[in-house]
Ligand binder design. Structure first.
Ligand code: HH2
Length: 303
């Protein structure tokens, strides 16, 4: 497997995304020839920054409409929190009851928008894909549910494989944040997830990798992973970055309220774009869209 093609531009270089710059998601595809924004829709009572705000379906759909109007390309619907303090795993039945009506309503109202399901459970993934989702975003990178890879292969959906360690209740804590060399470890563990996906018959053009900022990672680990994005890109897949409102942004800026971390989030994402990420998972779509579009235009002008 080869990494994205390197394009020389003077003393610097930027990565062209692999697979012809297209992410295959079910019958459709998403062009990666500009930054792609994934808006977060947590239909949970307990997510770390927006828990309880959108767990009513009508408010969830309004929030999806707002994010689409602000320029989101993908809406990522989640029904189970991985929050650092006291994440409560939910049953697949409860998770499905939260996400399926919302996905169905968004798919009907916004057929041009791609929907992803943020879950580690294959039963939830199947139900979400049946309701109109086209991407499975698995924060366990296919570690936690042995059926997940086969379901994604059968459904031919897009896949996000995120790096994490541990299970839903502790993956966003520091319990497993023990590394000699975080970049090599994350790269090797993501490579293992990628191998499971490919061996299960998922096409390489459907797979995106994510370093999992804040998941089994202290702030210095998350920063090291953003800095090492070119090394992750060498695995040959497009990269998604999930920096939004996370603890490392709070620690770097001193902003305690996660809802007020949008400026720090924008900083992380612009740096990530320069270093090769192409898909950005965020709560605050408008500032992200604006910042990434301008940063991208500058990068294009520099080619
Ligand atoms: N982060 C969270 C959840 N899902 N998926 C990907 N691919 N990458 C991420 O970084 C990522 C993710 C955690 O953030 P959030 O959804 O806001 O919180 P919670 O888990 O409390 O619902």
């Amino acid at each position: 497997m080869t990494g994205g093609e390197r394009v020389s531009r003077g003393t610097d270089s930027i990565q062209r995304p692999p697979h012809g710059g297209r992410w295959r998601v079910g019958a459709g595809e998403i062009a990666l020839d500009r930054p792609v924004v994934m808006g977060i829709l947590n239909v949970t009572p307990d997510s770390f920054s927006d828990g309880g705000r959108f767990d009513d379906p009508s408010r969830a759909i309004e929030q999806a409409a707002l994010m689409i109007a602000e320029g989101a390309d993908i809406i990522d619907v989640g029904g189970e929190s991985t929050r650092p303090q006291g994440a409560k795993p939910v049953s697949a039945a409860e998770e499905r009851a939260r996400v399926v009506p919302v996905i169905r309503a968004i798919a009907e109202r916004f057929p041009q928008t791609t929907i992803s399901i943020d879950t580690v459970k294959s039963e939830t993934a199947e139900a979400a894909l049946g309701a109109g989702a086209r991407i499975v975003n698995d924060v366990s990178g296919f570690r936690l549910d042995p059926r997940m890879a086969a379901v994604c292969a059968r459904e031919r959906c897009g896949v996000v494989l995120m790096h994490s360690r541990g299970d839903v209740a502790d993956m966003a804590t520091f319990q497993h944040a023990v590394y000699d060399d975080v970049v090599s470890a994350v790269s090797d563990e993501l490579r293992a997830s990628l191998d499971v996906a490919l061996e299960s018959g998922i096409d390489a053009s459907a797979i995106v990798l994510d370093p999992g900022l804040g998941f089994a990672k202290r702030s210095e680990h998350s920063l090291a992973m953003i800095a090492a994005l070119p090394r992750l890109a060498a695995l040959g897949q497009p990269i998604l970055l999930g920096a939004s409102r996370k603890r490392f942004v709070g620690e770097l800026t001193g902003v305690r309220d996660p809802g007020a971390r949008q400026f720090g989030t924008v900083g992380a994402n612009v740096a990530g774009l320069l270093l090769g990420a192409r898909i950005f998972r965020v709560h605050d779509v408008a500032p992200t869209r604006q910042a990434l579009d301008v940063a991208w235009a500058v990068m294009e002008a520099a080619r």
